[in-house]
Design a binder for this molecule. Structure first.
Ligand code: TUI
Length: 310
């Protein structure tokens, strides 16, 4: 089985989460320059925005990077073409089944890694010819599935012959070691990178993560087909209230994406949607990406024995 660092041309077996409206060329290039795979999140943006971000990222790093395509976006199929035209080395997909696109991406020589939340989709993805999968547990921030990382990762690892990358609930060296023990060959990090120096979100967003305790996230929209984990605030409570009162799914989705922007750009603590994972409670300090990776993968003295499995 191919080593993740060889597959992704990285120093560390780590992929940056494709955080919609947050992960632009600044964060992606910082992560790639620090030894991980930086990722530009297409989110709900249009194809031209994605093309421009790819080009800006290339100016800031000579390393490999990826584009995360959020499949619920109406622009997903157009962005699927842009990544081929721009010769992006790695494509990651989320929030859906990328089956129809895989053959075209593979023909273009792209490394393809879907995020999956079940063994069934993981198996279909392997048959479709993807290079690895990211098994994302419900501890993660943003759009989530039902299963925990602890339950999902070993079941996916046993079912597949391709590498599994664990996501959801990982923010330090203990999480990395645990993921590898469960059968993962790499990790995807979101929340801890949100609180990095290089992450281009409003300072209030980072502060909210630093202040969060273990029970401070909630899943909004379990009723819709797009449950989303966010930090508790007035907006989250209002969303839950409206959701229970029966407003349309479309209305709810619009509310989430618009309010994510309010959190990211304005740091609006009342009306913003602060997507973040359950591991927020463990994140206590804003650090440069390079330091986050070094502490996870190099300074793990007490874990040297276990880290031999990396
Ligand atoms: O996609 C994510 N996380 C996201 S996307 C996002 S933007 C957004 N904003 C408002 C509403 C909805 C989305 C914020 N966070 N993570 C990857 C992920 N993919 N988690 C779970 C899944 C998933 C779930 C079901 C992937 C495939 C799937 O299968 C569907 C099928 O057709 O079988």
């Amino acid at each position: 089985m191919k080593n993740i660092c060889e597959l992704l041309k990285t120093k560390y077996p780590v992929i940056q989460g494709g955080m919609a409206n947050i992960a632009d060329h600044c964060l992606a290039s910082a992560v790639s320059n620090a030894g991980g795979l930086g990722v530009i999140a297409a989110g709900g943006n249009n194809p031209e925005w994605v093309r421009a971000e790819i080009r800006k990222c290339r100016e800031l790093t000579s390393g490999w990077f990826g584009v995360n395509i959020m499949l619920m976006s109406p622009h997903a199929s157009a962005i699927a073409e842009v990544v081929i035209e721009e010769k992006v080395p790695v494509v990651i997909t989320g929030a859906g089944n990328p089956g129809p696109y895989v053959e075209g991406w593979k023909r273009a020589g792209i490394v393809v890694i879907p995020v999956i939340a079940s063994v069934a989709l993981a198996k279909r993805m392997e048959r479709a010819g993807v290079d690895a999968v990211i098994a994302e547990g419900t501890e993660a921030g943003g759009h989530v599935g039902e299963l925990t990382t602890m339950a999902l990762v070993p079941q996916v690892a046993d079912a597949l012959g391709i590498p599994v990358i664990a996501a959801g609930g990982i923010a330090d060296k203990r999480g990395v070691v645990a993921a590898f023990v469960l059968g993962a060959k790499g990790v995807q990090l979101g929340t801890v990178l949100l609180a990095s120096e290089e992450c281009p979100v409003h300072p209030n967003y980072k502060q909210k993560i630093l202040e969060a305790k273990d029970t401070d996230t909630v899943v909004t929209g379990r009723r819709t087909k797009a449950p989303v984990r966010v930090l508790k605030n007035p907006m989250a409570r209002e969303y839950l209230r409206l959701s229970e009162s029966g407003v349309s799914l479309e209305e709810l989705e619009k509310m989430t994406l618009g309010s994510l922007r309010k959190a990211v750009l304005d740091g609006d603590l009342e009306n913003g949607s602060f997507m973040a994972g359950q591991i927020s409670g463990l994140v206590k300090e804003i650090k440069p990406v390079r330091k986050i990776f070094e502490e996870m993968f190099l300074e793990a003295d007490a874990y040297k024995e276990q880290l031999r499995i990396l």
